[in-house]
Write a protein that binds this ligand. Structure first.
Ligand code: COA
Length: 335
């Protein structure tokens, strides 16, 4: 019997603490005007004292389970995409499994940075269609605020990122009974550009202690990025992979009801939409409020679209990402 993987519930969570561009301008040499003009970001959220990544993932997961009408005990497997794990090991997904009280189900973290959620969706889709699992929780979760350089030296990267989590419940359905499901997923990577946007330390190759005073003094434990290089590749790869995905599903741009682009930079997404003649009203964004939440951005945007009434059952939604790795991906889903 053929099986399709349907998104039956979505959820998101952001911490309460709002950090505006003006707040950042008190910490480093930047301005609200510079940040807005370059990226579209107005504010972002940072975790409060004692909050952990798994707490964010838990809140988003609970909301997605509630929307799907499922209990944690009904889930067969958890995949959590993140580039900011709670601990070196085990993965954040294990802490989430504990907090959810989901039973002894398998869980794993997936590391594909800003493309992590769509990569995870692709993996979950394959697992459900193969019959391995019937109900999966797919989560994107990031806490960037504790890992960015809030000084002048790190201002190019620090102003872009925020904390948040998004989740979906994915379930096996019979495509002859239910038209909803993941139609196509396309994933790509180019490791030769891994060092164009990365955090180098701590790293297991740094003997003898993975992190040294020298590495800290050189600020190599903070993210580094060649912004213009990233920008140039993003505006090329995103349209490319979106068209590839739509082509594989024999779907035209005009047939897609909603485009969810990774929220790295409003300018990138405006450029991509313009290139493909996609009307702005089909490209919602939340980067103004949350900044770039890496693997969490797409599922957060999806949840807002569902709850805000912008995405109805039966409509087509395309999700497209670009990020560190480099990694880029797209998924076409009939919601
Ligand atoms: C980061 C980004 C907004 C920078 O915009 P840009 O127009 O390329 O700016 P540049 O990096 O060329 O820097 C321009 C100037 O602003 C300065 N600048 C950098 N960050 C700044 C900040 N936060 N505030 C004020 N000035 C800043 C630079 O030092 C530079 O000054 P200079 O001209 O005196 O040397 C842009 O390159 C970008 O969005 N890249 C893609 C980033 C991305 O998507 N990353 C995540 C992918 S998942």
């Amino acid at each position: 019997m053929p099986i399709a993987a349907k998104i039956t519930g979505t959820g998101m969570y952001v911490p309460d603490r709002v950090v505006t561009n003006h707040d950042l301008a008190k910490l480093m040499d930047t301005s609200d005007e510079w940040i807005r003009q370059r990226s579209g970001i107005v504010e972002r959220r940072y975790i409060g004292p004692g909050q952990q990544p798994a707490d964010l993932a838990l809140a988003a997961s609970r909301r997605s389970l509630e929307a799907a009408g499922r209990e944690p005990g009904e889930i067969d497997c958890i995949i959590l995409a993140t580039l900011s794990p709670q601990a070196d090991f085990p993965g954040t997904s294990f802490f989430l499994q504990e907090e959810l009280d989901a039973g002894e189900i398998p869980c794993f973290d997936l590391r594909a940075q800003c493309s992590g959620f769509v990569y995870a969706l692709g993996a979950a889709n394959a697992m459900i269609r193969s019959g391995q699992f019937r109900r999966m929780l797919v989560v994107g979760c990031e806490v960037h605020s504790t890992g960015i350089d809030l000084s002048d030296a790190g201002r190019d990267v620090a102003v872009l990122f925020g904390d948040g989590a998004g989740a979906v419940v994915l379930e096996a359905v019979d495509p002859e009974q239910d038209r909803s499901g993941i139609l196509e997923v396309r994933l790509h990577a180019e490791g030769r550009f891994a060092r164009k946007l990365w955090i180098e330390a701590p790293g297991s190759g740094f003997a003898p202690t993975r992190i040294t005073h020298e590495l800290l003094d050189e600020r190599r434990h903070f993210p580094r990025m060649e912004g213009r290089f990233v920008f140039k590749h993003a505006v090329t790869r995103m349209p490319e992979v979106l068209l590839e995905t739509l082509g594989a599903a024999s779907t035209k741009i005009e047939e897609v009801d909603l485009f969810l682009f990774h929220q790295a930079n409003l300018r990138i997404n405006e450029y991509v939409a313009q290139q493909l003649a996609i009307p702005p009203e089909k490209c919602p964004s939340n980067i103004e409020r949350y900044g770039n939440c890496s693997a969490a951005s797409v599922p957060m945007l999806l949840d807002e679209a569902v709850r805000g009434g912008r995405l109805a059952r039966g409509q087509l939604v395309a999700m497209t990402t670009f990020g560190s790795g480099f990694s880029w991906s797209s998924a076409l889903v009939r919601y």
